[in-house]
Ligand binder design. Structure first.
Ligand code: C2E
Ligand code: CA
Ligand code: CA
Ligand code: CA
Length: 276
């Protein structure tokens, strides 16, 4: 499976020359992929830095095509967004993520599920209704559903997004600003869009131990977010040293390969929920 994945990535690099034709082909292949069971969700654990307890998981979409093999989400999510397919796929993702999380139980607490929402879903207008439908169909308590909006998807439309975010938060759903720090205008968004927390982009976390600028930026983001009352997640934590440094700097939650890779629900439940 690993080899197939590598070949697949090579295939896509080679295909960049024929990007238009390729994306039309991909779009065709992606149509109906959910109904053919080619699309599925993986879940990556999110831990509390202070006590090393599991607090939640991010749902990440996976596509295994019978001929192409594993297609990376960085490739097919863009295709789904351009073609509008992300609307129906996004709805399935929301329902599937809520269904999965409704069954997660660990001693005393229940982990949240964090779902990526694309800019197109935000602009479509019925996200609140879709969220309510997914919550009532699954029985998942609203506060266990978190939605991740990227900084760039919020940009330019702050007033409209702020209204939507307020409606979602009124239901009890929590809102995270994803890939934080990459959009170059973070501070102003934090003022205009009322979110619950920010996810520091993994590009800052990767070089935390070597690059003093990244450490300074990360520390500044944590301090600023805390002063505004937001929770902070760091993504891309690949070592214990990064984990320790982030804890020392007061970051709240961490996510990354060192804590656990994205895995199917059964594996997530067995590896992170049972026996705790
Ligand atoms: P993202 O939302 O920033 O998701 C985090 C990405 O970082 C995931 O990549 C995850 O596997 C990866 N990651 C987590 N920990 C580590 C680490 O320690 N090291 C490294 N190198 N990577 C780590 P993935 O699963 O390939 O997803 C890529 C992007 O695709 C996501 O970035 C998100 O923008 C998009 N995506 C995935 N699922 C969905 C979905 O259901 N809906 C939408 N709209 N977008 C999705
Ligand atoms: Ca995300
Ligand atoms: Ca991210
Ligand atoms: Ca990203």
């Amino acid at each position: 499976a690993k080899l197939a994945g590598k070949n697949c990535i090579r295939f896509f690099h080679a295909a960049m020359d024929h990007a238009v034709a390729e994306s039309a082909q991909l779009e065709q292949a992606l149509r109906g992929a959910w109904d053919r069971d080619e699309l599925s969700l993986s879940f990556q654990p999110i831990y509390d830095l202070a006590n090393r307890r599991l607090v939640g998981a991010e749902s990440l979409l996976r596509w295994t095509h019978p001929m192409l093999g594993v297609v990376p989400p960085t490739v097919f999510v863009a295709v789904a967004e351009r073609s509008g397919l992300i609307e129906s796929i996004g709805r399935e993702v929301l329902h599937a993520a809520c269904r999965a999380a409704a069954d997660w139980h660990i001693a005393g607490t229940r982990p949240f599920v964090s779902v990526n929402v694309s800019a197109l879903q935000l602009r479509k207008g019925d996200l609140v209704e879709e969220v309510q439908a997914a919550l009532s169909a699954s029985g998942l308590p609203a506060e266990l559903l978190h939605l991740e909006l990227t900084e760039t998807s919020v940009m330019g439309d702050e007033a409209q997004v702020a209204v939507l975010v307020s409606r979602l938060r009124a239901i009890g759903v929590k809102i995270w600003l994803d890939d934080f720090g990459t959009g170059f205008s973070g501070l102003s968004h934090l003022r205009r869009v009322p979110v619950d927390g920010v996810k520091i982009d993994k590009s800052f976390v990767f070089d935390l131990l070597r690059d003093p600028d990244d450490l300074a930026l990360t520390s500044a983001i944590i301090a600023m977010a805390h002063s505004l009352g937001f929770t902070v997640v760091a993504e891309g934590v690949e070592s214990e040293a990064q984990f320790d440094l982030l804890r020392e700097r007061g970051c709240d939650f961490a996510q990354g390969y060192w804590l656990g890779r994205p895995v199917p629900d059964a594996e997530f439940t067995a590896g992170h929920l049972e026996g705790r």
